[in-house]
Design a protein around this ligand. Structure first.
Ligand SMILES: [Zn+2]
Length: 175
């Protein structure tokens, strides 16, 4: 068994024993007390995740971009935890274009020089680590997403004659 398999087996046993724990995928205190009323994960066999994570997993599976289990919160509890869900997209954009923009542009540049079929995982991990609060990342086209109070902020990257252009789109929540 690998370390991850061991950690998952241990997690499953603790969940089944009824221990109250945060959601293993997002790390938040979002699990309902009755274990099996939560969502069964699509990426970790027999592990229950919160309803939000269940919905996200279904969406990511549909987009063929599943988030691997080694990026789950319970395996990465040393990662900084920040979220922008209380801030509107406009304020988040002003903050992250300065704080995260340079790191993301550097990752984008290196990633777009990779051969097709290259492993995106190291890039994903680097982005998650350097940009706390980032909630989702896509490889081709390279895009990142932040959950914000009024919807989802999507950052897009484009090569231009002057370098890399970064732009943001706010996908507003249905009112
Ligand atoms: Zn969750």
């Amino acid at each position: 068994m690998t370390d991850i398999q061991k950690a998952l087996a241990d997690l499953k046993a603790r969940q089944e024993a009824g221990e109250h724990m945060p959601c293993p995928r997002c790390g938040k205190d979002t699990m309902k007390p009755a274990l099996y009323t939560n969502a069964l994960s699509r990426v970790a066999d027999g592990i229950m995740v919160c309803d939000d994570c269940g919905t996200q997993e279904a969406l990511l599976a549909f987009m063929r971009n599943p988030m691997p289990v080694d990026e789950w919160a319970f395996l990465n509890s040393n990662l900084p935890s920040v979220d922008f869900k209380d801030l509107p997209g406009k304020a988040v954009w002003e903050q992250i274009r300065m704080d995260h923009g340079p790191a993301l542009i550097s990752i984008f540049k290196r990633w777009t020089q990779e051969q097709p079929g290259a492993d995106f995982k190291p890039y994903r991990r680097e982005a998650m680590k350097r940009c706390p609060g980032l909630t989702q990342i896509w490889e081709r086209p390279f895009q990142v997403m932040y959950e914000v109070s009024d919807g989802q902020l999507i950052l897009r990257f484009r090569h231009t004659d002057d370098g890399v252009e970064l732009s943001a789109d706010l996908m507003e929540n249905d009112k």
